[in-house]
Design a protein around this ligand. Structure first.
Ligand code: 2M8
Length: 421
């Protein structure tokens, strides 16, 4: 065990708020959905019961309709905007009203498999409760966010992608009004350099969307009808499908035939829908703007996330990995969240170029699935080196390798622990 493994564990311990982990102190003082899924996999490398606990605390916030919200506000804090009063969700445990990428099913499977291999007691019971929650959430995704059964699930808010201000949303988000009845009192720029964060105008649009959906009382059908931002998204769909595969394995293990049948239908539909988003001339996958009906051609990391859940035929695989190699040329750290030669690329501004350890985790998984082990290893080494040189930053500048955003960051620590396994 290296010193950095100890440091990574120490970061998770410091960010522990009683069975759940905040992404980092002050900047993000609550429980975030996909952060916790990654954190659970990090905990699984040395403390499986704590890994279960992370997921159990997250589903305390699950809604009656199955949605697992993107933030659970377990304990009040005034260091973050937008806090629970802005969301107006009126949920018994305060939560936000939108969701985040469903890494949960995938994380649960890894925690479960580790627990089984260690012969831990109570594993099946704990996994079964979490499986039920995950399945309800997947049903919500397909009912609420793909009402026409296309196989691609849609996002109604950029925050649902986890890649908040990605250039992928530039065109769709520009249509959203900047007017809002809420006072936009940002706290993030008091914690980190404003030049690394989304612009004020983005925030006004983010909050306009919150106002719009709060006015729909967070009812999925009313939101679908009112949404001024609606993107059928490939990264989220790929994650949903990958987690759907994990849930299908659970359903079979638990002997739940009708669940298994339903999951097979969900998975098959998403698999063919994702494949249809491949664009050979671009050598990548694309999302679709459901309001304009157009492909979203902005080159971002999401374009390669379908590898996570698809077994690509050779020509596609070679084309996608050649494209990934082109983007990586001359960088200090891989893999950039936007193609460095693209006009919208910004090396340090949040999701517009920087490297995120958890995205590398997903890309590595997809590359390994498709037999591209050497490339996966390149990503792994690059991430580990960046962390060992610059610390457990929220993300990294791909040009200089500099650590940016919040420090002592939970998902970077979790990724490091997983990468060193
Ligand atoms: C960032 O997003 C939040 C809003 O959800 C924010 O900027 O306030 C994103 O990086 C997101 O992917 C992440 O889950 C969250 C907490 O780490 O921070």
């Amino acid at each position: 065990m290296t010193d950095y493994t100890d440091t990574a564990r120490q970061i998770l311990a410091t960010n522990d708020r009683g069975g759940y982990t905040v992404p980092t102190d002050r900047l993000y003082p609550f429980q975030w959905n996909w952060d916790s899924a990654f954190v659970a996999m990090g905990f699984a490398t040395y403390d499986v019961p704590r890994a279960y606990r992370e997921l159990e605390r997250l589903i305390e916030g699950q809604w009656a309709d199955g949605m697992i919200p993107h933030i659970v506000f377990h304990t009040p804090s005034d260091t973050y905007f937008p806090g629970s009063s802005v969301w107006r969700t009126h949920h018994s445990i305060p939560t936000s009203g939108i969701t985040q990428p469903p890494v949960f099913g995938l994380a649960l499977k890894r925690v479960h498999d580790t627990a089984i291999s260690q012969g831990l007691t109570d594993t099946r019971r704990r996994s079964r409760i979490l499986y039920n929650a995950a399945l309800r959430w997947h049903r919500w995704w397909y009912a609420a966010r793909d009402p026409e059964n296309t196989g691609l699930v849609a996002l109604l808010h950029p925050w649902e992608s986890g890649s908040d201000n990605s250039p992928a949303w530039d065109i769709a988000l520009a249509r959203v009004s900047t007017t809002t009845e809420t006072t936009v009192a940002r706290k993030d720029t008091g914690h980190v350099d404003a030049a690394m964060r989304p612009h004020d105008e983005d925030y006004r649009r983010f909050i306009h969307l919150v106002d719009t959906y709060a006015a729909c009382e967070w009812h999925p059908e009313r939101q679908w009808a009112a949404a001024p931002f609606k993107v059928a998204e490939i990264q989220t769909t790929a994650i949903l499908l990958r987690s759907g595969e994990a849930l299908l394995e659970f359903a079979r293990e638990f002997g739940l035939d009708s669940d298994a049948q339903q999951l097979e239908t969900f998975n098959a539909r998403s698999r063919s829908a994702l494949l249809a988003q491949w664009r050979p001339q671009l050598r990548r996958f694309v999302s679709r703007d459901l309001i304009s009906g157009d492909d979203i051609n902005a080159p971002t990391q999401a374009c390669f996330c379908p590898l996570l859940a698809l077994d690509l035929e050779q020509t596609m695989l070679e084309a996608a990995t050649a494209e990934m190699n082109d983007w990586s040329d001359g960088l200090s750290v891989l893999f950039p969240s936007t193609q460095p030669t693209y006009s919208g690329f910004e090396a340090r501004r949040y999701w517009r170029g920087p490297v995120w350890a958890v995205i590398n985790w997903l890309l590595m998984d997809g590359l390994q699935r498709n037999g591209k082990d050497a490339m996966a290893e390149k990503l792994r080494r690059s991430t580990v080196l960046a962390i060992e040189t610059k610390g457990f930053a929220e993300y990294f500048d791909p040009l200089t390798g500099e650590g940016c955003g919040g420090l002592g960051f939970s998902w970077t620590a979790a990724a490091y622990l997983w990468f060193l396994e």
